[in-house]
Design a protein. Sequence first.
Length: 328
Amino acid sequence: MKLIEIENKENYNKLVKAQAGSQFLQSWEWGDFLMESDELVHRYALWNEQGTYDTVFSLIQKPLGLGFSYYYLSRADLGHDKKEIQFIFDEIKKIGRNEKVVFLRFEPLSKFKIADWKAKITKTIDVQPSQTLILDLRKSEDELLQDMHQKTRYNIRLADKKGVEVMAVAHQDIDKEFENFWNLMRITKERDAFRIHDREHYREMLKIGFIKLYLAKYNDQVLAAAIVSFFGDTATYIHGASSSEMRSLMAPYLLQWEMIKAAKGRGCRYYDFYGIDENKWPGVTRFKLGFGGDRKIYPGTYDLRFNKFGYCIYKFLRALRRSRLFKK
């Protein structure tokens, strides 16, 4: 086996898209987007003993201060067995040795037994949502509608009947429509107590070619908005927002349905709602579950320590910072 750094965008994305359930978080473009935040990106593929690429991933290097950093490996297939996973871990540790990397934070796609790794690996707070809902877009539109909750189907038809219109914003029109999206994000934050990114985060994200902005309008008033990724075989509903006005028109329901149809029309196999949690986001989760689909539970987020002392300091400082934020 050999871990090979991939330096060509087209070759790298081709390998990522070849994996079932393509993760936009692993795309070359998403890595470039993260580098705008002073994070470094290293892209690798595992060349296996059969002479093929077995897995491919982006390794995000995040600063900790004083020249130290950690690696973040988001939603990637780490290999088919413990031997492959151990090889990847060992190689990543070698890569980070000269970079003063304290630990690797990773989120495996498939089952992961922490007991197999003894004391080197610990479970930590999830970065990406630990559960999601995925629609199988190989079904017909009629089948997708039939699988929905009755109330969801009703709300979609109601919004359509009342004259709500859904549009995909062309990239050349983003500047004109972005403020509508941003205003709805701020409204949603205040109404539902959601945490959101700063304005420029979304603005820069929408410069990525496969990420699109959708709006639902009624008489030229924007009632709902969403950012969705179309990457490989998967469309991912990343962010959504809605107005507190004219909620009886059910614009978010028609918006979702039109994005689902758009994903199907693009040849996507899956539509990922990108996060559900009945305890943290009860209203949003209830809304998403109404569209049917299959619940997917990820193993979670783990830390593999390279520097035990450095990791202990990191944990202490993180706990201190979180306690201060909680007091505020």
